[in-house]
Design a binder for this molecule. Structure first.
Ligand code: GLP
Length: 262
């Protein structure tokens, strides 16, 4: 079972994530970060960038792997996840762009790109800390409901709901949102050594309740986190509102021994 932490706001969550990453990079200067797009991780990246700056952390050898990418979208366009990760993570943190990877969504190479990406992650020694958001339907990365819990990186068809949710990045026009993507599989994500999932707002409450307290099912891909030995789910009060045991989670966090790390 994941540790569930209920915070007041995104900044508090972002600070917890940032501290974890800073501690990691101090010990392992060539750490491998698993990176996610979406609005949920933005405060976490901001806090991390501030710590890197204020504490003069050397991130020149830090490596990164993004979760997913749209298929058939020019990586140079502002909506591509390559551009998004460059804007939100690589530039503010001052990472070496050559050490940060996104899956190749080019249509010519899609048949082999997934396997190549999983191999590149393995060759890097695996992901140390993977940050995750969650879709309103419980997806992580772009693993839509029905995704195999053992899946590797591969092409997927986006659900209509996901395309509607993401239309805000494409001038509000759902028809401009690509229909396909390449995403790390759930099996790939589960190989990361520490998973940190962030969710905020009432729109995520149902997905979070399913993820934490529902059965493990490919119909709620994020429920696979229940299988992971080191998963942390950080939510605000609104996203936690449908959790049956939220009082216990708050109590457990308030009484967490000092020696126990996140
Ligand atoms: C997209 C991304 C996911 C992200 C989700 C939720 O579908 N592929 O990685 O978790 O959006 O985004 P947000 O955090 O903006 O709600």
């Amino acid at each position: 079972m994941a540790e569930i932490i209920i915070v007041d706001n995104e900044d508090e969550a972002g600070e917890l994530y940032a501290r974890c990453v800073i501690d990691l990079v101090r010990n392992r200067p060539d750490a491998v970060l698993g990176l996610a797009t979406g609005s949920s991780p933005l405060a976490a990246y901001r806090h991390l960038a501030r710590h890197v700056r204020d504490e003069h952390i050397d991130v020149s050898r830090v490596r990164g792997f993004a979760l997913d990418e749209y298929a058939g979208l020019d990586p140079a366009t502002s909506q591509s996840y390559r551009s998004t990760i460059t804007r939100t993570v690589v530039q503010p943190l001052g990472l070496d762009p050559h050490l940060v990877h996104t899956p190749d969504g080019g249509t010519d190479t899609l048949a082999t790109a997934g396997r190549d990406y999983d191999r590149a992650i393995a060759d890097a020694g695996g992901v140390d800390i993977q940050i995750l958001g969650i879709g309103t339907d419980g997806h992580i990365g772009f693993n839509e409901p029905g995704s195999s819990l053992a899946s590797g990186t591969r092409i997927k068809t986006l659900a209509e709901q996901t395309r509607k949710d993401n239309a805000r990045f494409f001038d509000g026009d759902v028809d401009k949102v690509p229909t396909h993507c390449i995403t790390q599989g759930i099996g790939t994500i589960l190989k990361a050594r520490h998973l940190i999932l962030l969710a905020f707002g009432a729109g995520k409450a149902e997905a979070i309740a399913e993820t934490c307290e529902g059965g493990i099912s490919s119909f709620c891909p994020a429920s696979a986190l229940q299988l992971h030995p080191h998963a942390t789910i950080i939510v605000d009060g609104a996203a936690a509102s449908r959790l049956r045991h939220k009082d216990y989670y708050a109590y457990a966090f308030a009484h967490k021994p000092q020696w126990q790390e996140l």
